[in-house]
Design a protein around this ligand. Sequence first.
Ligand code: CA
Length: 510
Amino acid sequence: MLRITVLSVALLMMIQSWSQAVDRPNIVFMFTDDHACQSIGAYGSKINKTPNIDRIAKEGAVFINSFCANSICGPSRACVLTGKHSHKNGFYSNGRGPFDGAQFTFPQHLQKSGYQTALIGKWHLNSDPTGFDHWEILPGQGSYYNPQFLNKNGRRQIEGYCTTITTDLALEWLDGRDKEKPFLLMCQHKAPHRTWAPELKHLGNYNDQDIPEPDSLFDEWKNRSETLAGNAMSIDKHFYYDYDLKVHQDVPFSTAREKRLKDGEYRRMTPAQKEKWDAHYKPLNDAFLKNPPTGKDLVRWKYQRYIKNYLRCIDSVDENIGRVLDYLDEEKLADNTIVIYSSDQGFYLGEHGWYDKRWMFEESLKMPFVVRWPGHIKPGTRNEKLIQNIDYAPTFLEIAGLDVPDEVQGRSLLPLFKNPDDKKWRDTIYYHYYEHGGEHQVPRHEGVRSSQFKLINFYSNDGFNLFDLEKDPQEMTNVYNDPAYKSVVDLMKAELDLKRREYDLPPLKK
Ligand code: CA
């Protein structure tokens, strides 16, 4: 009798472990570059529509307070892969590298545990990807038009538009995979990164309308650290006519540098592509050059040119996300696949008069994070807990039933999927931007953000700023020296110290 029971238990365990292996969910991680939450329907966009990204949110959850740990391309990607802050994964800034792919990364763990793994599109870590059965990546920043791709065997150029081709390659891999095993697909787009070159078929979008301007388009950077005014990322002063604004004709009032800086995307196009491109831009550019606006009207003109191209790039992203969702439906994979859409950090869409990212202000600190996982996440969930890109790796490991190594600093999001109101979740996030000066003149800084307050320390040049996000959501006034906020300053400084200890930060290097 005893023997039979032991045998039955052993058999049951075998069946359980077998069923766990076959039932492990697939993971589709769709990631873009510089896609701001202000331009996603699910985040309340006032300037565009993103029906396919919104569909993920509607059938799953949107995380309103999702943040990066270091707002710049390569470092954010390193945080995603390792679940660690920059000082622990070693990839502090785009200029430094390569990324150490021998350290823990979640794709390597998934691969070792039997997942099929693939990475298609933008990588940007100055190294060959590790942990992937298959990878095909863009060299460096990649190109929008007729892009080159690198794989284990060399490189190839594919004619067409990058966002569509990246999706084609991802679907091709999905089709050819071993259908008996769970998979991880990371489909990572170049778009909507500068220089915002839209797909030809979307050039007509937004043509007959003015996109609403953000309230702070003419921010003069007063009542905050003086270092803000030293920025080199303003729509007014730091756009190049050809490179950024697609005015390929001679602009008599442009600077010598602007004249030198030509948009490589235009030069990459085939004659047929150029013809369609010119048919759209040339009449608009001729009209602009015939009667160029001045002063604030010129800033407004630049904003419209910039934002329309940015949104057109997102139109292609959204459409291609729809293709992936359709594929999952057609192949009956949707029920056992967790789908995530995110972007390496946010972006300024004219807020504070800026484009670009890097600062710890809301628009570039935030990352979109929408997720669908049927049966595990209640459709239509809106979550306001503070999550960060270091949380993705432990989440994926837990989904796959794997242990999270001690070195990982992020936390699995599964408790929040189960209980969106989890009281044990963190109250603040830590941020650290390490580059200093450079092209956009953003100083290094670190800080902490709670649900109501944000403390930033520009430790190399300008000291502390405190923002009350409830009263001042646009972060226009530093209240660090306001006596009414003395106790908040003390609290947030203590919180910063706590986070520095928790994450084992070395002393600041000024
Ligand atoms: Ca980026």
